[in-house]
Write a protein that binds this ligand. Structure first.
Ligand SMILES: [Zn+2]
Length: 158
């Protein structure tokens, strides 16, 4: 996968993260990209609905699992603005998502927001199972923009 194509997916995830934030949700979003590089699904975080489990990666995977078969999903890649938490990584395992790429790591997020999530890296979660799910990140070229958005988010907490 060339870096310019990857940048396009992450730029889209970043734009949707901004949109999620602007509409009262947490500033995150995830895309599902098929084996041929086409964007199959997009999902913004929507915890603003009142359901705190509606992380974009978790919701995207739940929808993808109903739409596509497991063998196909194994060849797909989830492009997430944020490294999946242990819930979202668990969902990827159960739905057979073969590849995950993220823009910012949870550690990098924690350095901006302080502690507050579940401190269990996605790579550790998937290591517990028999599937070789590939997880890659962060995506350095867009980190400064993601950092700016995270700082705006923190500021909004008052
Ligand atoms: Zn999550």
């Amino acid at each position: 996968m060339d870096i310019q194509k990857e940048a396009k997916y992450f730029e889209r995830a970043l734009a949707l993260s901004r949109e999620a934030f602007a509409t009262g949700n947490d500033p995150f979003a995830t895309l599902l990209v098929g084996p041929d590089g086409e964007v199959l699904m997009e999902q913004m975080n929507d915890v603003g609905t009142g359901d705190p489990t509606r992380h974009d990666t978790n919701t995207l995977i739940a929808k993808a699992a109903l739409k596509y078969d497991a063998d196909f999903l194994w060849q797909c890649t989830a492009y997430a603005a944020m490294e999946p938490c242990c819930m979202c990584a668990g969902a990827a395992f159960w739905a057979n998502i073969g590849n995950i790429k993220y823009l910012m790591s949870e550690k990098q997020l924690g350095a901006i927001t302080g502690p507050g999530g579940l401190d269990l890296p996605s790579t550790e979660v998937v290591k517990c199972g028999p599937k070789d799910i590939k997880i890659e990140g962060p995506f350095e070229p867009l980190l400064p923009e993601m950092e700016r958005l995270m700082k705006e988010w923190v500021k909004s907490w008052g």
